[in-house]
Design a protein around this ligand. Structure first.
Ligand SMILES: C[S@@+](CC[C@H](N)C(=O)[O-])C[C@H]1O[C@@H](n2cnc3c(N)ncnc32)[C@H](O)[C@@H]1O
Length: 324
């Protein structure tokens, strides 16, 4: 009996729930953004069918790929909330608005109406096909965003870019570093990411989240955490909370800071210091000071990486690499 229960009753119960979910999303004509979804427990992927205005679009279904960080926005209130933060370049049809990872077009639908000349960058061929048929006028660059030449893109579009996107979680940090490196070609970025990363970007010295990402983000931009997004607003539902972050890039400040040091030198200093963030700098920096055959300045020896301000790392790099 218990075998019968497990083999027949539980799946039947699961099917009932599934059909109820489908019915709810299909009949609710007020729901603008709805997806039917089937959890396949074995491989943890979702079968997603986008549907607009309550009508399922049966031709457009795709399996969400975890490897591409595909957690699609599912809640229209949050779509509106994110898009209302984008305020850029309306005059020329939003030519310099770039969406990273448009996926099924949850954000694109709203943004493209406001910015008909915007550009999107998407790696997944299935999503690219979907976007072409759903938004025939939309410019879609089919490539890995990490291969984007931001300088060339900004020059071709006539000035600094506004980047928006619900980022794939698995490559959030490399995307952030590529934007930071190219900050003179980017005006601002409005990005959804894991809350944990958002806290690191905005962390102040002496807090537990303060680290390499905080130093580089804060030297190149003014970052602000705008609001949290609960896991329930995405499909598949992620295990973590997310946050929307705005970075207003400060290319003039960065130019001034990097007058005497290179990004590579600063990276060496910051990474070495944070490898042992709680140790005194005289210890944590030993491998680098030995290699450079330099002593740390006296006032640095007793301090810890987590206590320094972002600008202190620039001064230390200038001192260690002897450019001043
Ligand atoms: C978190 S989903 C967001 C999708 C959609 N914007 C939304 O909010 O529903 C991330 C998107 O980034 C795309 N993506 C993943 N890796 C990428 C890469 N290296 N370059 C460009 N797009 C990528 C995925 O295919 C997916 O569409």
């Amino acid at each position: 009996m218990s075998g019968y229960h497990n083999n027949v009753v539980l799946p039947a119960f699961g099917m009932m729930i599934h059909f109820q979910l489908l019915r709810t999303s299909f009949v609710n004509h007020n729901v603008k953004l709805a997806y039917s979804w089937i959890v396949k427990k074995q491989n943890k992927t979702l079968h997603i069918t986008s549907c607009q205005q309550g009508r399922p679009d049966r031709n457009r279904s795709l399996l969400a790929k975890q490897s591409l960080g595909q957690n699609f926005l599912y809640d229209d209130n949050y779509v509106q909330k994110i898009c209302s933060q984008v305020d850029f370049d309306v005059e020329n049809g939003g030519k310099r608005v770039i969406e990273v990872g448009p996926g099924l077009g949850a954000l694109t639908r709203v943004l493209h109406e406001r910015y008909p000349n915007m550009t999107t960058i998407e790696i997944d061929t299935r999503a690219v096909d979907h976007l072409h048929s759903k938004f025939p006028q939309l410019r879609v660059i089919h490539q890995d965003v990490l291969r984007t030449d931001w300088k060339a893109l900004a020059e071709s579009l006539g000035g600094p870019l506004a980047i928006v996107g619900n980022l794939p979680y698995n490559i959030t940090t490399p995307i952030l570093f590529s934007l930071i490196k190219n900050c003179s070609h980017i005006d601002h970025a409005i990005l959804t990411m894991q809350l944990e990363v958002a806290l690191r970007i905005t962390a102040k010295p002496r807090s537990k989240d303060f680290g390499v990402l905080s130093v580089f983000s804060q030297l190149h931009s003014r970052p602000s955490l705008l609001f949290h997004l609960p896991p329930s607003v995405f499909r598949p539902i992620p295990e973590v909370t997310s946050a929307l972050v705005r970075l207003d890039f400060q290319p003039k400040k960065a130019l001034e800071l990097f007058k005497h040091v290179s990004m590579e030198e600063l990276t060496q200093v910051v990474r070495t210091a944070f490898q042992q963030r709680r140790k005194r700098m005289s210890n944590s920096m030993k491998s680098l000071t030995d290699r450079l055959q330099k002593e740390l300045p006296e006032d640095m020896k007793g301090r810890r990486a987590e206590e320094l301000k972002p600008e202190d790392f620039v001064q230390l790099t200038e001192y260690l690499f002897g450019h001043r």
